[in-house]
Design a protein. Structure first.
Length: 72
């Protein structure tokens, strides 16, 4: 399972940080990609990370019959 999570700031907005890291560390989440749009000069959003990893995302969706859930 791969998770893309985004919010404004790592320090004040990162909901479920401990749970995400625990699941990633335990291997339940194979990949964890986080976008924090206000933590650096150039804004980074979830869609930027998905576009960066578009080949993996497309393979998971089309070749491996993966599911895509979006919230927010």
């Amino acid at each position: 399972m791969t998770l893309y999570f985004g919010c404004k700031g790592h320090e004040w907005d990162y909901l479920y940080k401990e749970e995400f890291n625990a699941h990633h560390g335990a291997g339940l989440l194979k990949e964890l990609h986080c976008a924090f749009s206000r933590d650096q000069a150039e804004k980074v959003y979830v869609q930027d990370l998905i576009l960066k990893n578009k080949d993996k995302v497309c393979q998971a969706l089309f070749d491996l019959n993966g599911l895509f859930y979006m919230c927010g």
